[in-house]
Design a protein around this ligand. Sequence first.
Ligand SMILES: NC(=O)C1=CN([C@@H]2O[C@H](COP(=O)(O)OP(=O)(O)OC[C@H]3O[C@@H](n4cnc5c(N)ncnc54)[C@H](OP(=O)(O)O)[C@@H]3O)[C@@H](O)[C@H]2O)[C@@H](O)CC1
Ligand SMILES: [K+]
Length: 505
Amino acid sequence: MKLLSAEQTRAADAYTIQGEGISSTDLMERAARAFAGWFENKFQPSEQVHIFCGPGNNGGDGLVVARLLHERTYGVQVYLVGEQDKTSQDFSINLKRLPEALQPKHIAKSADLPALVKSSCVIDALFGTGLNRPVTGIFAQVINMMNESGATITSLDMPSGLYTDSQTPEEGAIVQANHTVSFELPKLAFLLPQHEQFVGDWHVVPIGLSQQFISEVASDLYFTTQQDVHQLIRPRKKFSHKGLYGHALLLCGGYGKIGAAVLAARACLRSGAGLLTVQVPQAGYTVLQTAVPEAMTLTDKHRKHLSALPSNIDTFDVIGVGPGLGTERVTKTAVGQLLATVSQPLVIDADAINIVASSDKLKAQLPKGKVIFTPHPKEFERLVGKVKNDYDRLQHLREFCTEYQCYVTLKGSHTAIGTPEGKVYFNSTGNSGLATGGTGDVLTGVITALVGQQYSLEEACLLGVYIHGLAADLALSTVGSIAMTASDVIDHLPKAFMHLNQPMP
Ligand SMILES: NC(=O)C1=CN([C@@H]2O[C@H](COP(=O)(O)OP(=O)(O)OC[C@H]3O[C@@H](n4cnc5c(N)ncnc54)[C@H](OP(=O)(O)O)[C@@H]3O)[C@@H](O)[C@H]2O)[C@@H](O)CC1
Ligand SMILES: [K+]
């Protein structure tokens, strides 16, 4: 699914209005109806609903919602915020359509602010995608009052004050919503961790924007849905043999961190690798052979660390390197040798990322179009330098991927996958249970297995990140998010693959 900027969303609205031969108030009615439908499922008509409307079409939506909820027997109080001399046309039309019973109150100065309490139910319809500067003055006072009241706030389309697709200046007030209900597509701002306190739980309701426009408009930002991933996954062939699904090599584990190799290996096997060889330091031999009998184990000549590449390295289809590796000198040398000599695709994680990050020479040796990095945000900063905020991080992600012609899965609550063409895909699965040691090792194993099965590097990233998150989501019902371990994620990979292999409803 594509993500559109605020400007593109306006263009999609205009295109839909023109294409369907409807008026903009018709589209507003549709949007408000979709919002009200969501609201009715969430809140009882016994609630007194306070709706704060700004001067533009977001406020216009708020007025229509007020009318619809009134018809559906909710108690509604409408507030019109700011001077009323510059309201949008559709706002004015819908103000006239407001039933007489709903006498709006005007809020032009602080003395007009109502007293909300914790139990109040608020709809924030101050500003949406048309916000064009930081929110100050009476609007900021209303927002601060809402935030401080502790009321349950549902933002219409956007939390007012938050920019849709660029960094919001610090001086502006921003609504801290419990829920944000947005139209047709999620907004980029929803997917960035720095906005969690503003966006709350977000939901998207369809309003029938032109699919033709959306499919044709140029955007390099995507949100990976189940449908997207379902199209990628390939069932196994009837006349299968293990050679068809790749021979993966994992270079993982160091003294005290052999578990990382075990997790990556188990995840790799649970993700369909035909054959798997794991090279570990001598200290890991018995552990690996016992914990993962399906994998072949090679031992390094070093007892505690990786120090050399296997002599038969050419025979593998894909190499995953990094989990538990450590950054000893001997290991750095071996990683350098790997980058300089191998021709297979590489999945580079954890300490292998740290090793690459520590040397411009190694970065320059990265084979083009063959590398997937799987950093968490700290490892990513080691690769690209300190970032200022989430938008800056995205910019660095694009630049790094295009400069080094590589793929990066930047782990987070919506893992962002960067491609050499500068595209960014945000993942839609996963939960806070993944914030625990070892889940990154699992992801490395999953992606390595998928590359071995001849998925393109982009497909392997999209599919791997989605399935990893889905496995964690499926684990929620049995272990919950607090108790979840990396092994639980591996244990739920089979269900996740089965889930995706089923026909879509
Ligand atoms: N287009 C459609 O058909 C559909 C659109 N839909 C809905 O419309 C929303 C977008 O509406 P929009 O474009 O009117 O912008 P909106 O967010 O209401 O704000 C603009 C107003 O605010 C003002 N203003 C801006 N910043 C300000 C600030 N910091 N402080 C103070 N004032 C500020 C600005 O005034 P000005 O800049 O002229 O001073 C202008 O008056 C969208 O989110 C969705 O809810 C849906 O109904 C589907 C159909
Ligand atoms: K809003």
